[in-house]
Write a protein that binds this ligand. Structure first.
Ligand code: GDG
Length: 453
């Protein structure tokens, strides 16, 4: 059987002290079979490590390389997170493109390919992940690689009118055509990509989403990522008997809790969410003093200016709302910019009557699935989900909202807070089935089935 080779920007080697954390690592990690090679950046910056350092853990080989400070600033901070991330989340107003940084991105993608090439065997299946590495496939082909190469995008893809704003948009599209299979979370993202190759590269995709570009066949698939729901449900159930959940319950004095957990990122729609909560308290005063919102917003990418600016404006916004509504024994928004442990987070989801997942755009959004997995069957909470999260394509029984409409989100929170147990159970049962079906193993197996010759 062919060996699977995973390539991702960051590689986290699992140790007992530091178990895997983060969407991609958790999802891919639980689908790993012994014999797999996982290649990528060590997370270290320096001049060493130009040839891969190898580690073995649980039968999986991890190969990591370092990047220099300049490379990090050009390809990661600059082009990936300052230009590609806003572009692919429809934020042209935040698009910060610099030719030099794009050159750095091309250079690091080629460096990944050069360092990986000597480790490859002839019949490997190579699976490259996410927007930091669009061009690794093209660079491998340029070095003569003949293996099957697949690519999966964890964030949205955009229609031609948006991609057109990116000066190197056509270049990136041509790069993606070096893969045999290109995968997306949803049909929406896949269709946007097909529409771009049609508009900018003049190809005509077949009914099944495959097309031929410069003599090579490219297949496209939708393959929604999932979570290990059973494991997460167990963590939540255990956590709900622990000290931290007891503390949060005591602090609520039987009031309802609404929860949000996101990286502190402008794509997650946090200002809109806070304004919607403000609107709830304004339009439905019966909830004042009766519900608190807990927003966990783990700080992220702080070497990109936009993220610092967002943090400052959220500090002000939360202060403003809390200042207006707080009583001496109740505050509307509990806001923390530190990460919780996975165990506490799972337990808090279970306590929360409402899960607020309202990104302005999101590839999938695993928090939506985790919130459903964490609920108790006897008294499940209600998920409020943005129609612009990839997860909305599957989780149709959530209260689906447009996050740009504060009134609509406020009405959904009111609906969730007043929903009868019968309806809550019905919605949750339907969502539970969908979340339990989408395991990480299914995600990996679906992609591999498409990639195998
Ligand atoms: C990208 C795409 C796509 C959050 N706060 C804490 C914490 N988290 C965990 C959540 C969840 C993960 O981080 C976030 O995953 P998401 O999917 O919501 O979002 P991104 O990080 O933007 O991931 C996204 C994903 O890739 C996978 O393809 O779904 O659309 O943007 O697991 O639980 N974990 C802990 N403490 C926190 O405070 N421990």
């Amino acid at each position: 059987m062919s060996r699977l080779v995973i390539v991702s920007n960051r590689v986290q080697i699992p140790t007992e002290k530091a178990p895997r954390a983060g969407g991609l690592a958790v999802a891919l990690g639980s689908g790993l079979v012994p014999g797999t090679l996982w290649f990528g950046w060590s997370g270290k910056r320096g001049h060493g490590g130009r040839t891969p350092t190898l580690h073995e853990a649980q039968g999986v080989t991890y190969a990591t390389i370092d990047v220099t400070d300049k490379e990090y600033h050009d390809y990661y901070v600059g082009f990936s997170n300052g230009a590609l991330w806003p572009l692919l989340h429809y934020r042209l107003d935040f698009l910060d493109y610099a030719r030099g940084q794009y050159a750095g991105y091309r250079h690091v993608n080629a460096y990944f390919a050069e360092a990986l090439q000597p480790l490859l065997k002839e019949d490997d299946l190579v699976w490259i992940h996410d927007y930091q590495l669009f061009l690794v496939g093209e660079a491998l082909r340029a070095q003569g690689a003949r293996q099957r190469l697949g690519f999966f995008l964890h964030i949205p893809f955009v229609p031609p009118e948006i991609l057109d704003a990116m000066p190197c948009g056509r270049d990136l599209l041509r790069g993606l055509c070096a893969y045999d299979v290109v995968g997306f979370h949803t049909d929406d993202h896949r269709h946007a990509f097909l529409s771009c190759v049609q508009t900018f590269l003049g190809v005509s995709p077949a009914e099944d989403g495959s097309f031929v570009y410069e003599g090579r066949e490219v297949r496209t698939i939708s393959d929604p990522i999932g979570i290990d729901a059973e494991e997460f449900a167990n963590i939540a159930a255990r956590s709900s008997r622990g000290a931290e959940v007891r503390r949060i319950r005591e602090s609520l004095f039987s009031r309802a809790l609404a929860i949000g957990a996101d990286r502190l990122d402008y794509s997650k729609g946090l200002p809109n969410r806070f304004r919607a909560f403000d609107r709830l308290l304004d339009r439905f005063p019966e909830h004042r003093g009766q519900v608190s919102m807990l927003q966990v917003a783990a700080r992220s990418r702080e070497d990109v200016d936009r993220y610092l600016q967002l943090r400052r404006s959220l500090d002000r916004l939360v202060g403003d709302i809390n200042g207006r509504y707080s009583e001496f024994d109740w505050i509307p928004i509990r806001y923390m910019t530190r990460a919780l442990t996975r165990k506490s987070l799972a337990g808090f989801y279970r306590v929360a009557r409402v899960g607020l997942v309202t990104p302005l755009r999101d590839g999938m959004n695993l928090v939506a699935k985790e919130y459903i997995a964490a609920q108790s069957s006897a008294d499940p909470g209600v998920l409020i989900l943005s129609r612009f999260a990839g997860a909305a394509e599957e989780l149709k029984e959530a209260l689906i909202v447009n996050p740009f409409d504060a009134d609509e989100v406020a009405e959904a929170i009111n609906q969730a807070l007043t929903m009868e147990l019968g309806e809550r159970k019905e919605r949750w049962q339907a969502l539970r089935e969908r979340v339990w079906a989408g395991t990480p193993q299914r995600f990996t197996e679906t992609f591999m089935a498409a990639l195998r010759p």
